[in-house]
Design a protein around this ligand. Sequence first.
Ligand code: NAI
Ligand code: MG
Length: 363
Amino acid sequence: MANPSLLILAGDGIGPEVMAEVKKIIGWFDAKRGIRFDVSEDLVGGAAYDVHGTPLHDSTMAKAQEVDAVLLGAVGGPKYDKLDFSVKPERGLLRLRKEMDLFSNLRPAQCFDALADFSSLKREVVAGLDIVIVRELTSGVYFGEPRGIFTEGNERVGINTQRYTESEIARVARSAFELARRRNNKVCSMEKANVMESGILWREVVQEVHDKEYPDVELSHMYADAGAMQLCRWPKQFDVIVTDNLFGDLLSDAAAMLTGSLGMLPSASLGAPMANGRPKALYEPVHGSAPDIAGQGKANPIACILSFAMALRYSFDMGAEADRLEKAVEKVLADGVRTADLMGPEGGVPVSTSGMGDAVIAA
Ligand code: NAI
Ligand code: MG
């Protein structure tokens, strides 16, 4: 059987720096575990604009559609801030998400014990936290029509439309239930069915998909505002949360910060299954290109490394290898190895980007 294929798009700023550490880890899996990927690399964002005049060349888009998984670093930077909207680095990422139809965005909020004091919440509330928010990514109020700023009488009115079809709700619900089966068999769906018709439909469809296809998974429903409170009060009551694009944007950012540094947060964006059964998939750290620290060896590569662990788990069914990698990260943190962003008052062993990658490999 052919090796699984990976397309690496390192991008701009710290993107190539953190990706270099993932490449070392991919090399480690090859040398020590006999797990080989067919890795190709290409340009995205400003790096692609510099060469092609577009943030994502058609040939790169075509490659992304063919591979088993795309691994992306970060895009953007001050050098590109004045570019026309149509060729901004971010457009490259948006095009990938749109054309691959990545409707399910997985945002874990995981709190490694060693970093629990970084949270703004009490240690006992966050230590050991391990939840995933599944955010619908391709529909809802960010895309619904009508939209715009119109004039009505003698004043302006701004309009956006929350719109969800049954099939859009059903497919993201399935993705959350599938995820729950790999984890602790528990899903909480969040909407505002008390004040929004789209929320009423959301609740109905999630319940129907559950009853027909996933009766073994424990399902609860919560209003999203109450969910926000519960996330701050006692986040460990949740395991998988599924919600729409807008609420998911807010709730996943809030949940992520329960756990500390931006340099720690991975993500996955999944689409429909391909012919080989694997979902279309893009893995990337949540952080951006961090121009303020780019080129200085200061970036924390863990978010990118954990994104690769998600790829092992969700694209390649290598859950045990993903565990191996995550345990190595956990050990390194427990040993006090710290990039600058993780250096708290208690101190630690300061390392550079590549020092962190080396420590993870050693562990
Ligand atoms: P950012 O995430 O790049 O940086 C925010 C702050 O967090 C900075 O102080 C940065 O130094 C720090 N930080 C981020 N990642 C880190 C890491 N791995 N290790 C240590 N510290 C880290 O967000 P910002 O500054 O708002 O945006 C910078 C550029 O990145 C902009 O051009 C923006 O458009 C782009 N961006 C790209 C994203 C992507 O590629 N998915 C997401 C967010 C922003
Ligand atoms: Mg956001």
